[in-house]
Design a protein around this ligand. Structure first.
Ligand SMILES: Cc1ncc(COP(=O)(O)O)c(C=O)c1O
Length: 433
């Protein structure tokens, strides 16, 4: 693709040439994808991650370092817009932009028609949640690790629509208690809406088992997969979810301001979006509109196409590496980090669950997380802090203070984790003198 000036815009994704694109199937796979785990070429992925030359970044659960192909796709697209105009760039790049739906669909095992591209996971989640009608007395079941953005929406609809919110208790391992969930179901339960991986730690809720229960009872199932997509394989057919929300900037390493929603085709046909415009619906007669048939009825007309180009590249990059391989390495680095933290004086790892993901939270006596995070950053080590109100139910139940939070990704190394541990050890030492 050559720009009018005869210059090939750098980083615009060649349509259909990535491995992911080559192996893409437009129909939903009928079996769970079984791929042999292949090793990740760490030198290559680090060479393609400019941020690793600026310091240690261990916060994929916040906003991960983007890869240079993603950066090139975004800047290349913006350059094209500046050269030919925004509408014209979109026309010229229509095939590539359409391919982003295929990429997202392939990543989660859906059909492209079941994908809406939105600006973040919350917008995606809210589109599904607010477009679902409830009547007074209807119940929603959620989990103790539910994310704050979702929970305030529950509260808002409880006030406005008279719905009841019931929290499924966690078992002794911290994950959703499936027997308790089963026992809570009655004819008033109209939705199960849970967070698969919470923002505040290593817990992986049994999303697939929750899906089996929801499906058996014919209850709508909304899954917040914001922290899962990009760090492990995700297959919507296997999960049995009706709706799934995802973000671009975390483990997928896409640009900020990107996300997507999956809506199962069978649900789609009966769903009226909470808001529409003349993109989501065709204005066919002065007094009549017709909704788009696909999940894009949850989008609207104007969009950040440069960011979408970056999201598509990020998704294909992850797919090409292999989500099994990404999971193996990211989870492995997190296990290493937990092991090292356990050796640190006054430090308690706070992660729950029988199997733990790449998000690690902890507290260290004498260290205030927010202030320490700032100091570490000025010394070239980036981690984060997680405050109680992102996950207020869990934080209240476990009496959690603000915690340290880190999430190594596949491009990180054990040496980088050692650097974090050394930096923390210095802070602990200084706090005692
Ligand atoms: C579990 C969970 N769900 C949803 C979100 C919201 O994602 P976004 O900021 O992309 O809307 C987050 C963000 O941290 C999260 O951790």
């Amino acid at each position: 693709m050559i720009s009018p000036a005869g210059i090939r815009p750098v980083g615009i994704r060649p349509v259909g040439l990535s491995l992911a694109a080559q192996s893409r199937l437009s129909a939903r796979p009928t079996t769970v994808r079984l791929m042999a785990t292949k090793a990740i070429d760490i030198d290559k992925v680090r060479a393609e991650t400019p941020g690793v030359r600026h310091g240690v970044h261990l916060l994929a659960c916040g906003s991960a370092l983007t890869s240079s192909p993603v950066l090139d796709a975004v800047t290349g697209y913006l350059r094209l817009e500046s050269e030919v105009g925004g509408y014209e760039a979109a026309q010229d790049q229509a095939e590539m932009l359409g391919g982003v739906y295929d990429s997202a669909a392939h990543l989660i095992g859906s059909k492209r028609e079941e994908i809406a591209l939105l600006e973040n996971a919350t917008a995606a989640w809210c589109m599904a949640f607010y477009s679902t009608p409830f009547k007074p007395g209807d119940r929603i079941l959620t989990c103790e690790a539910e994310y704050g953005a979702n929970y305030v929406a529950f509260l808002e609809r409880a006030q406005r629509d008279g719905i009841e919110i019931d929290v499924i208790p966690s078992g002794s391992d911290g994950a959703i208690d499936l027997d308790a969930l089963e026992a809570m179901i009655d004819e008033r339960v109209k939705m199960i809406a849970i967070t698969w991986i919470p923002t505040n730690g290593g817990l992986i809720n049994p999303a697939k088992e929750v899906g089996s229960i929801a499906n058996r009872h014919g209850i709508a199932y909304l899954l917040d997969a914001c922290q899962a997509v990009g760090q492990m394989p995700v297959d919507v057919a296997d999960l049995g979810c009706d709706f799934l929300s995802a973000t671009g900037r975390k483990f997928l390493r896409g640009p900020r301001g990107t996300g997507f929603l999956y809506v199962k085709a069978e649900r789609l046909v009966t769903m009226e979006p909470v808001m529409i415009d003349h993109f989501s619906a065709d204005w066919v007669e002065p007094d009549r509109y017709v909704l788009r048939p696909d999940a894009r009825r949850f989008e609207n007309w104007e969009n950040a196409y440069a960011l979408r180009a970056g999201l598509g590249v990020a998704v294909d990059y992850a797919t090409d590496l292999g989500l099994e391989a990404i999971q193996e390495r990211a989870f492995g680095l997190a296990t290493y980090l937990r092991g090292q933290l356990n050796e640190l004086q006054g430090t308690t790892v706070r992660d729950l669950g029988p199997q733990q993901c790449a998000i690690v939270t902890w507290t260290t006596e004498g260290l205030e997380p927010q202030a320490t995070v700032k100091k570490l950053r000025s010394n070239g080590v980036t981690i984060g802090a997680s405050g109680p109100n992102s996950t207020l139910l869990d934080s209240t139940r476990r009496n959690l203070p603000v915690m340290f939070r880190a999430a190594p990704h596949y491009f990180n190394t054990e040496e980088e984790i050692d650097e974090l541990i050394s930096a923390l050890a210095i802070e602990i030492h200084q706090s005692q003198t």
